[in-house]
Design a protein around this ligand. Structure first.
Ligand code: PEP
Ligand code: MG
Length: 289
């Protein structure tokens, strides 16, 4: 199956009925792009930045260089960088807090807004990197629109401060992850965001109340449950109605067993781990939509 799939790698993804599907890649470390031929993908749908925050909190220059490297690699393709999603299954020493129930605690945007002095460093690095390519920025774990608005206000403040100092910068489009059920159930509160990216790993665990990292409940943690698919379809429909681009960047996007249901749900934009790029394109080619 993998040999057959490899023949799809260098071609744009299209269903056997001729529907184009955009396929981007998920990366974590900037060095991940070294082994990817940029012409085989439609850009970066998710760059997870919490791994830059591995041992210590990185300074602005370190972050700026990391983001710039990926933007330059992508040429004019879009690169969606996610602000730090620490907490939950991704503890960062010196940043995240000890909690009894970390998946429901101070993680993602909640932590960034609680520690603005840390968040502002990342924001400045992103604003400066934005001039080097087609950057988009998204916020993880958004539950209410107020979080998006507070984060966007910090971007506007830092942009003005950089401009006042004569530093080259640019405001990227700002979007959100759809991974908390409140957003997927009531997306109408988010009509002002530039784009939506469905995080099916977290969305599935929160809808099914089955942790993503617990093998004993893995049978419940399925994106193909109708409750999860119905939410994804309604987010896709909301995006079409409001002309807000909707993509999916959870691991299911690269799973050949899930891809037909995701396209059926109305998605035309997936982001997958680089190792699944060929398999995802091959699976798309088998779908008759
Ligand atoms: C997700 O939740 O689907 C997602 C892409 O984010 P992460 O896996 O980093 O939580
Ligand atoms: Mg997530």
């Amino acid at each position: 199956r993998r040999d057959r799939a490899e023949t799809f790698l260098t071609r744009p993804a299209v269903t056997n009925a001729g529907t184009a599907v955009r396929v981007q890649v998920n990366i974590a470390d900037p060095s991940d792009v070294n082994s990817i031929d940029v012409s085989t993908c439609d850009g970066v749908g998710l760059m997870r930045t919490e791994f830059l925050f591995g041992k210590t909190l990185p300074d602005e220059e370190t972050q700026y260089r990391a983001y710039r490297k990926v933007l330059e690699w992508a040429e004019d393709r879009p690169v969606t960088i996610r602000t730090v999603d620490a907490g939950g299954d991704k503890p960062v020493p010196g940043f995240t807090v000890e909690e009894g129930n970390p998946f429901l605690g101070l993680r993602g945007i909640r932590l960034s807004l609680a520690r603005p002095e840390v968040f502002r460093v990342q924001i400045r690095a992103l604003l400066r990197a934005a001039i080097h390519g087609n950057l988009k920025v998204m916020f993880p774990m958004i539950a209410v629109v107020d979080e998006y608005q507070r984060a966007a206000a910090l971007f506007a403040e830092e942009k003005a401060a950089l401009a006042a100092r004569g530093v080259a910068q640019k405001m990227p489009p700002l979007g959100i992850m759809v991974e908390v059920p409140s957003v997927a159930i009531a997306p109408e509160a988010f009509a002002e965001v530039a784009f939506l990216s469905i995080g099916s790993n977290d969305l599935t665990q929160y809808v099914m109340a089955a942790a993503r990292d617990n093998a004993s409940v893995a049978h419940l943690n399925s994106i193909r449950h109708p409750a999860v698919l119905r939410l994804i379809a309604s987010v896709a429909a909301f995006g079409r109605a409001q002309k807000i681009p909707v993509s999916l960047c959870g691991d299911a996007g690269g799973d050949p067993a899930a891809i037909p249901a995701l396209i059926e749900a109305g998605l035309r934009d997936l982001s997958v781990v680089p190792a699944q790029l060929a398999m995802a394109k091959a699976a798309i080619a088998d779908v008759s939509i």
